[in-house]
Design a protein around this ligand. Structure first.
Ligand SMILES: C[S@@+](CC[C@H](N)C(=O)[O-])C[C@H]1O[C@@H](n2cnc3c(N)ncnc32)[C@H](O)[C@@H]1O
Length: 285
């Protein structure tokens, strides 16, 4: 029989509200891998504990075993909250800044080729697709460029925040004043301290839930560019390859695929080739 070992019996384990065993962690690991493709390393045990402990508390469970049993029961309504709890949503406006001038130039080259279609495939709380929208407004010198941006994410919680397009001024502090003035509306009264993305830019973006792991994405290409940044790092190489296989036919022949700073698609050289730092194009056009 396996010993039941508390994941962190040396330190915070003793103070923990719920017992969290290696077996509980392994079970969570398998469930989130099957659900979202997310591979949790052993170093994520404390993170998993603190995020799911909130779900136990909210639902009144006394142990991880009861919570996970209920999650796996046929009438479970907890899958969405479980998944939302385990995603990591860190993002910011113009993160990995060097991509945005590349996107602008790419769009300018397509200026006369009809509407431009972009896909932001892990949009989190919206900063990334709105940065794309701002870049497009700059490229075309109008708040209503001929551009549509599909923005998708697995996490329904972040999607709701993204749709609202409201951010605390602190989150926008790094943006040049000029951009703030042109592309945001500052809140007043009870909305002081917040700013809203201008409605014209919000209209450019459609938010939808999409699990990159699913077969048969409800998405119609071709896209002139796909942003898939800082999400592949949570997937193993095999899962990454399957996703890249589905991106390839959705990208226009001269389209660009943008990856995160620590992501490389070298293992899919038959599908995508590196064009410049973390920007890929189709291997076969
Ligand atoms: C770290 S954020 C990156 C956000 C943004 N792309 C950026 O680079 O700033 C990763 C996002 O991927 C989403 N995600 C995780 N697994 C996913 C999946 N299987 N399908 C779609 N989105 C997923 C998470 O919900 C999260 O919002």
């Amino acid at each position: 029989m396996h010993a039941i070992i508390d994941c962190d019996s040396r330190s915070s384990g003793a103070e923990r509200e719920y017992k969290f065993t290696i077996q509980d962690f392994e079970r969570v690991k398998k469930l989130i891998y099957n659900r979202a493709g997310i591979s949790l390393s052993p170093s994520k045990q404390n993170m998993v504990y603190s995020r799911l402990a909130k779900r136990l508390r909210a639902n009144g469970y006394s142990s991880f075993k009861h919570y996970l049993d209920s999650l796996e029961s046929p009438d479970s309504h907890e899958w969405e909250a479980f998944t939302n709890a385990l995603t990591t949503n860190l993002t910011s406006f113009f993160r990995e800044q060097h991509h945005f001038p590349i996107l602008e130039r790419h769009a300018e080259q397509r200026r006369n080729a009809g509407k431009i279609h972009l896909w932001c495939s892990a949009s989190s709380t919206g900063e990334e697709p709105y940065s794309m929208a701002i870049s497009m407004a700059q490229a075309f010198n109008t708040l209503t460029p001929p551009v549509h941006i599909l923005a998708t994410d697995l996490d329904t919680h972040v999607l709701a925040k993204a749709k609202a397009g409201i951010y605390s001024i602190e989150k926008l502090e790094k943006l040049p004043k000029e951009k703030l003035r042109k592309f945001f509306l500052k809140g007043k009264g009870i909305h002081a301290g917040y700013a809203m993305v201008r409605p014209e830019l919000r209209n450019m973006v459609t938010f939808r839930q999409l699990n990159l792991l699913d077969n048969g994405w409800p998405v119609r290409g071709p896209f002139d560019a796909i942003f898939c940044r800082n999400v592949m790092i949570y997937f193993d190489k095999q899962t990454q390859y399957k996703i890249l296989q589905k991106f390839a036919p959705l990208l226009a022949p001269n389209g660009l695929l943008f990856a995160g700073h620590s992501e490389s698609f070298q293992h899919a050289a038959d599908l995508f080739k590196l064009r410049e730092k973390t920007v890929y194009e189709l291997a076969k056009k």
